[in-house]
Design a protein. Structure first.
Lengths: 304, 131
């Protein structure tokens, strides 16, 4: 195992990627530190999966560089991938294998495979070892794929939409296995999700990506403290609010309005007073509110 | 511990955990010397990252509500009792502030408000007596 001199598990420097005319990723700079849990959020087609594929070495950088555990994942796939657990959105696992065969198969690639942990997860998920993967339901496939991703105790766990299309119970199982992985000291997790509630619960750092650009890369805590939702009330009926600095979105009508803003509530309060109004209440914005304010609508159909 | 996380209203999760532990201490559900859930167990129970629970516990420890015994768990501290009094005041103070703000918005005068509180209390006491 290559020891990296610093604490960076992933280091991406000025990464560019085009598919034909589409600029899929532009000037991506990203550092993932050991022990962090990173939530990757963005609308469909924003570039989340493309970014993950670069980290896994499935795509070669067109320009810039990607280092994972200090190595180039395209040049040194065996070494890099042996430290990574990956759950893809497609859960691409071979249909013809039985569950037991699949576990043996993943085990063969990862000497660090923890058989008792795998057994325990199989039991928790109530999965029989002899079932063929092709016969399993969507939720069960996700559970098996998850075992393949976590049972070798990877240093870096990457989950691409781990809970998309799953019912609440399977989703909870998956999150629980993720929390278990995280709670072992020094493990790093990167997961993309449409479910911002999940990201808010699990991650300590949020990376927001839009049209191939990283538009936000901050600790969740700072993000929450820097964005507020405030309720405004005016003496006169307002047909629309004038542009206020650092206000991201405005909703409401008549005398009562809500705004999401990234400045201090005091500043906003002063600005509103000059419009013969007052700031009635203010609170920290949730990740979902910040996301909508920054990136626009969430695709609700996909978010389900 | 019976803690509920709500991610809709923007309160950081570590703060929600810390506040609910403080509430449980203030209301006597948790008593001095009592052991609270280990970080990992609570993280798994709530499905949140253990770092969040660590942060909540760090905050509670710096406030003197809990203390950690090296390798032997986390406990409600003895000084939590005096803190509980401050906490009771803080919690009720917040409610009163919210009530005053709402009353102001709805144009109730101070006298009207005092009178209403008195009326409601009489109502409630009547209700208690009848049960």
């Amino acid at each position: 195992m290559n020891s990296n001199t610093n604490n960076l598990v992933v280091e991406i420097d000025r990464l560019e990627r085009r598919f034909g005319k589409t600029h899929a990723l532009s000037n991506i700079n990203l550092k993932l530190e050991r022990g962090g849990v990173y939530g990757l959020v963005g609308a469909n087609g924003a570039g989340k999966t493309t970014l993950i594929k670069h980290i896994l070495g499935l795509l070669r950088c067109q320009s810039g560089s990607v280092r994972v555990f200090g190595e180039d994942p395209v040049q040194q796939p065996q070494s890099v991938l042996s430290h990574i657990g990956y759950l893809s959105e497609e859960r691409d696992i071979p249909d013809w294998m039985s569950i037991a065969e699949f576990c043996d198969y993943v085990h063969a690639f990862h000497p660090s495979w923890d058989e008792s942990y795998a057994q325990e997860l199989l039991q928790t998920f109530n999965l029989g070892r002899d079932k063929r993967l092709g016969e399993l339901s969507r939720g069960m496939r996700a559970q098996v794929a998850l075992i393949g991703a976590v049972a070798h105790k990877p240093d870096l766990l990457i989950l691409d939409e781990p809970s998309s299309g799953l019912d609440a119970i399977v989703r909870k199982d998956i999150l629980n296995a993720v929390v278990r992985t995280i709670s072992e000291e020094g493990r790093t997790v990167l997961f993309s999700s449409h479910l911002l509630e999940e990201v808010e619960r699990l991650s300590d750092h949020v990376i927001m990506i839009q049209d191939g650009n990283i538009v936000m890369d901050e600790p969740l805590e700072i993000l929450g403290q820097s964005h507020h939702v405030s309720e405004l009330r005016f003496v006169e009926i307002q047909t629309q609010l004038p542009a206020l600095s650092e206000v991201l979105t405005v909703s409401g009508e008549g005398r009562s309005w809500h705004v999401i803003h990234c400045g201090s509530p005091d500043q906003l309060s002063d600005a509103v007073r000059s419009l013969r109004g007052e700031l009635v209440s203010t609170r920290n914005a949730s990740l979902e509110e910040i996301f909508i304010a920054r990136v626009g609508r969430i695709d609700k159909a996909e978010a389900r | 511990m019976n803690i509920t996380i709500n991610v809709k209203d923007g309160v950081p999760i570590y703060r929600q955990i810390a506040n609910q532990v403080r509430y449980m201490v203030a209301s006597g559900i948790l008593r001095p010397g009592e052991e609270i859930s280990p970080v990992r167990a609570l993280a798994l129970e709530l499905n949140v990252t253990p770092n969040t629970v660590v942060k909540a516990y760090d905050e509670l420890e710096s406030l003197g509500v809990i203390y950690k015994r090296r390798g032997a768990g986390t406990y409600i501290s003895d000084s939590a009792v005096t803190l509980a009094d401050q906490e009771r005041l803080r919690i009720i103070g917040q409610r009163i502030d919210a009530l005053l703000a709402e009353a102001h918005q709805l144009n109730f005068s101070q006298q009207e408000l005092d009178q209403l509180i008195e009326e409601r209390r009489t109502e409630m006491e009547k209700g208690d007596a009848s049960t």
